[in-house]
Write a protein that binds this ligand. Sequence first.
Ligand SMILES: Cc1cc2nc3c(=O)[nH]c(=O)nc-3n(C[C@H](O)[C@H](O)[C@H](O)COP(=O)(O)OP(=O)(O)OC[C@H]3O[C@@H](n4cnc5c(N)ncnc54)[C@H](O)[C@@H]3O)c2cc1C
Length: 393
Amino acid sequence: MKTYDIVVIGAGPAGCFTAKVAAKSGARVLILERDPEIGIPVRCAEAVDEEGLKEFLEPDPRWALNRIEGVTFFAPDGTRVDLNVEGTAGYVLDRRAFDKEVARLAGEAGAEIWTRASASGLVREGNGLRIKVNLRGRKEEVRAKLVVGADGVESRVGRWAGLRTYCPLKDMEVCAQYLMGGMSLDSNRIYMYFGRNLAPGGYAWAFPKGEGIANVGLGISGEFARERPPSEYLDAFVGKFFPSAYILGSTAGGVPCSGGLRKMVADGVLLVGDAAHQANPVSGGGIIPALKAARIAGRVAAGAVLGGDTSAGRLHEYEVEWEEELGRAHRMAYAVKEVICELSDDELNGIARSTNELPPEERTLGRVFKSALLQRPKLILKLPWLLLKMGVK
Ligand SMILES: Cc1cc2nc3c(=O)[nH]c(=O)nc-3n(C[C@H](O)[C@H](O)[C@H](O)COP(=O)(O)OP(=O)(O)OC[C@H]3O[C@@H](n4cnc5c(N)ncnc54)[C@H](O)[C@@H]3O)c2cc1C
């Protein structure tokens, strides 16, 4: 049986970046990926913010397709608001190539990668763990001192380790998306659409990828998906806004948009990325938060195995650092999401109209949120309570 310092389960951005950092720090790392090819299938609208991306990689035209220089919102009544995003530009990625690039960095740092390798269970053994793997149809086992659960929204690693990873239905964004051609959008903007009938508890999007191609999708809160699946909302959205575009592909998936997990570590186990509910609760964007958490996770994991202490107490350093760098902002974002979800269509229409009364240079996200609070003064009273509830002081 092969033995590694660290076995990372899942070769998305979270797993590969954790592996890269840990391998660079001197740990012997194996990545297990269930799918035959890293980056496929794509379950993502592929937008990231430029500042966050540049902390990790210089944008490369092989995987950074479109620079986003503007954001357009559509209110439920169709009112269009072009927001000023100066200083907060972004990119629409090609995740098939981007995920491979992050995996390549892990490989270059010394990590071993197995594809078509599905982890199916963990067994504790002395100070380490035995991981059961279905490798290309064969049953295998590998040993590790530490396991990183980077197995995304369907994560089972946390549960295997006894962690509470349940995401309340209302916080699970259930998404459906088409890759569409024949789209006549400005390819340097992204477009977001709001409305109770359009995407309850979420929003719809069109993120251009160039040459008339775009990711067109939506996410709705899981509590509404029981009554009507997101695919039906998507067909209605496309029929209304892009009747002459054509479908090139389709995908579906979920994003845990909770306030975060109470515990992300157990003895010998650490969770990162969607497996640890680290996506931004407002936007559902999980790529950059996953990379940021992975940077901490990889360093702490390597330090723990090389120092001979992989106890939950030692790994708690990851939770502490995550809290300092990201946790507070994450819970703030969750509180903001709660406020947004309370707004009615009429209130959203009012916010759009009052934003459009501002001079263009003042139309920023911050102003939109301020305007939301002014529309519903009751929300101002509720905000401190929400922040307290989320532990933000
Ligand atoms: C429709 C949709 C649109 C989205 N749009 C955006 C967006 O525009 N911008 C953004 O930032 N985020 C977006 N997200 C969220 C984003 O895709 C995730 O937050 C991000 O991929 C998280 O990275 P990760 O590495 O944690 O998980 P993933 O990228 O999901 O990687 C997990 C990997 O683990 C593998 N795996 C799972 N179980 C096992 C197992 N047992 N054994 C081995 N391998 C396993 C999976 O095959 C997968 O490759 C979107 C999500 C959806 C569903």
